[in-house]
Ligand binder design. Structure first.
Ligand code: AMP
Length: 332
């Protein structure tokens, strides 16, 4: 029987957030928390992270049905991130990053966690992402998030981990920085090349074999403007040019909100909804990835309508399904 559990490694945090509409100090947050709160609607989700002795939210995470046996408690303070949004909510400034116990985070997976087949490596040092990958016993599909900070500070390690994953989820400025290209189509081709571990002159047959055995997909998030998804398929006739392969492109518009309140966690909850649906269906085909993107956008849009992680804590599947219906109708 297939293991449909989902494992996420990332930050469990306290966030202090300022938007033009509200402010909050030290509310529950972190990439693994937002991801888990989204993914739990689809599959059993196991969190791996670290918190300090000041962490008071295990009850909330348990109540949300998240498996937190992989969240260790260390003497010291929980990771604290503080950010401020501009008037249009699109621009974010990080005011403070206090790593606390997260600074010495060295995840050691239990036997149950090692056996999980669908994994998401949240935004942490690429060397830690690599160490988690090395502990897994039968990874079937691995997604990964990163940020400008790691592109600038740990590019060699990041390039190494990119070759070992199936899906990269980043935003447009990160895609530009990682590829060194301003044009997103050119950037996407370059990044998919990095993920395949081949240069553009590599032998065609070799590339096709690699792709068939190990799918490589890139999602570029564009905030309120939606997302672009790219993948190479083995048949040139099916997509656009790409070294004798077809480049598939999917563009999902953003779901326009009249009342966005707080975009914190939108990216992580998008990834949680997407990966949760993929883990549940165990179908990693291009067509199912498109449906997974719709689920990811549904949960992210609901996240943005609330303050911090609150809206996701309260979210029930009925409401999520209703939003999914509204997003599906964007195609009409
Ligand atoms: P998002 O809005 O989806 O990009 O994610 C926001 C979440 O990421 C917040 O809950 C933060 O606690 C967390 N976060 C911010 N900076 C970092 C970092 N350097 N490493 C890990 N998590 C972070």
């Amino acid at each position: 029987m297939k293991n449909t559990n989902l494992l996420v490694v990332g930050s469990v945090a306290y966030d202090s957030i300022k938007t033009p509409f509200f402010r909050v100090s030290k509310a529950l947050g972190g990439s693994a928390v937002y991801f888990g709160l989204a993914a739990r609607h689809f599959v059993k989700t196991l969190l791996v992270g670290v918190v300090g002795t000041d962490f008071k939210h295990f009850k909330t995470l348990n109540k949300a049905n998240l498996n937190v046996s992989g969240v260790s408690v260390k003497k010291g303070k929980t990771f604290h991130w503080s950010g401020e949004y501009g008037f249009d909510l699109n621009t974010r400034k990080t005011l403070k990053t206090e790593l606390g116990v997260f600074e010495h985070f060295e995840p050691v997976l239990s036997q149950t966690q090692k056996n999980v087949e669908t994994i998401f490596l949240g935004n942490i040092h690429p060397a830690i992402q690599l160490s988690v990958l090395e502990q897994l016993q039968k990874p079937r599909f691995v997604g990964l998030d990163t940020m400008n900070f790691w592109i600038e500070k740990a590019l060699p390690e990041l390039k190494q981990v990119l070759k070992k994953i199936n899906l990269l989820v980043i935003n447009d400025s990160e895609a530009r920085e990682l590829s060194g290209e301003t044009n997103l189509l050119v950037a996407a081709k370059k990044i998919l090349g990095m993920m395949r571990g081949t240069n553009s002159h590599a032998n065609k047959k070799h590339i096709i074999k690699k792709i068939l055995g190990h799918s490589k997909t890139l999602i570029i998030k564009q905030g309120e403007h939606g997302l672009l998804m790219f993948s190479f398929v083995p048949s040139p006739s099916e997509g656009r040019d790409g070294e004798g392969l077809g480049l598939k492109i999917f563009n999902l518009p953003g779901f326009l909100l009249e009342n966005p309140i707080d975009p914190t966690g939108a990216g992580d909850s998008f990834a949680g909804g997407l990966m949760g649906y993929l883990a549940k269906t165990q179908d990693f085909s291009w067509s199912n990835m498109k449906t997974a993107c719709l689920w990811g956008s549904s949960v992210a849009s609901l996240c943005v309508e609330g303050k911090g992680a609150e809206s996701l804590e309260k979210l029930d599947f009925k409401k999520l399904k209703k939003r999914m219906g509204e997003i599906e109708r964007l195609k009409d």
